[in-house]
Structure formats: C-alpha cells, structure tokens
Design a protein around this ligand. Structure first.
Ligand code: 3PG
Length: 220
C-alpha cells in the first residue's frame, strides 16, 4: 500500500465521526461491550492502544462487533504492526514515525496514521506521501494555535490531533481547516470501563459524535 493510499483511507475513516476514541483496555472480556456502546453512540472508528497485554485480544473481540472499524494505536515497531494486522486491526496509529515502521505498514497494506509534532516531522512524512498525520502530543505541543500556524505553510496536510483533547477543547480543534478529526480517551474513561458503565460511555460518545466540524476547503 502506498503512503498516498494509506492517507486516503485514514481520511475516509476520519470522515466517519469527528472523534476517534483512544482505548487502553486491561481486560478483553468486556471489549466487545465497550465497542458496542461506542458504536451505538455514533463513534464507529476505534483505536485500541497496544499498551496492555489484553490489547490484541481486545482488537480481536471488537473487530467482530457490527459497525465497528477497529485499529491499533501505540504501534511503534514493525512487530506491533504485524501483530495488530493479524488480530484484525484495519488501521494503525503511531505517536511518531520511523522508516522501519513506515516500510512495515506499507508492506503489509496496513493504513497508518503516523505522528508528527513539528513542521520538520510533518514535512518529512508529507514528502513520503502521508497527507494525513496525527498531531501528537497535541496540547503539550502547542495545541490549537500551533496546529493553526502549521496550516499556513503546510495546508496540504490534514491532522488528527491527539493528546490532551477534551469535550471542551475539541470544538476549537475541529474548527481548524487542517483538522480531519480528533482522537481522545475522554469518551471511554477508565472508571466507566471498570464499572462496566456502558450507558455512560454511550452518552459520552453521543455528545462527541455530535461535535460540529468545519468542512474541508476545496483541494485540501
Ligand atoms: C494517547 O496516546 O494516550 C492518546 O493520545 C490519548 O490521549 P488523551 O488520553 O490525552 O486523550
């Protein structure tokens, strides 16, 4: 898969909802129920971080939930990409990018949303063909004003900012012309997951799914 095709697929997923939930799952037993709640709330695209031993089993379980489009986050090395793909992940997200990881994802046809936090990182990825990038960590890296400033010289790059996004600041990000969608863990708080409080998570998802966003400018 070419970087161009990967970014096209990622941008298609970003169109499905304004927010991609970032999920860190300790127990795969309830992963399907979590996915059902988020899908019912209007958030079909789900990122499961590879930070826990349960992550791959969670991806396997969630990938079978009707309407869910499940990917892996915190994909750092080629082995992560291969394991995620084998578990049924349909896309991958990385906090940064290395040539080895880009090569691996391209080689196994796993669409990757690679991370960038500076103009040079974003330019390097764009040079390779990645027009969709994760802006990470969004808030510590300057937040809305940094992303807006990056949009002036680099309008061709569309970002999914992640890291410190909340229901409160999400509208400011989603109002930027170079933001395709945002990612965040706030829609599935760990205490709600631990309490198996799927109603609360579905309600949070509903609110997130209703966030307005700016239509992309022609040619962007
Ligand atoms: C992460 O890497 O954990 C994601 O960027 C989510 O960040 P958040 O918990 O601040 O939403």
């Amino acid at each position: 898969m070419t970087p161009h095709a990967a970014s096209a697929e990622i941008l298609r997923l970003c169109q499905m909802a304004p927010v991609i939930p970032v999920l860190t799952i300790d127990d795969a037993t309830h992963a399907a129920a979590l996915a059902r709640a988020l899908v019912a709330g209007g958030l079909p695209v789900l990122e499961v971080t590879l930070r826990t031993p349960a992550a791959l089993d969670a991806i396997r379980a969630m990938a079978r939930v009707p309407g869910a489009w499940v990917g892996a986050g915190t994909v750092i090395i080629p082995d992560d990409a291969a394991a995620a793909c084998n578990a049924g992940a349909r896309f991958a997200v990385s906090p940064g990018a290395t040539d080895r990881l880009l090569d691996a994802c391209e080689g196994i046809d796993l669409p990757l949303l690679p991370g960038a936090a500076t103009a040079s990182e974003a330019m390097r990825l764009a040079e390779r063909g990645y027009s969709a990038q994760k802006f990470f960590p969004a808030e510590p890296s300057g937040g809305v004003s940094a992303l807006k400033a990056m949009g002036a010289p680099l309008p061709q790059i569309r970002f999914c900012p992640t890291g410190g996004i909340t229901m409160q600041n999400a509208p400011d990000y989603l109002g930027l012309a170079n933001v395709a969608c945002v990612g965040g863990s706030w829609v599935a708080p760990s205490d709600a997951i631990a309490a198996l409080d799927w109603n609360r998570i579905e309600t949070l998802a509903h609110s997130a799914a209703a966030l307005p966003r700016r239509a992309p400018e022609p040619g962007v």
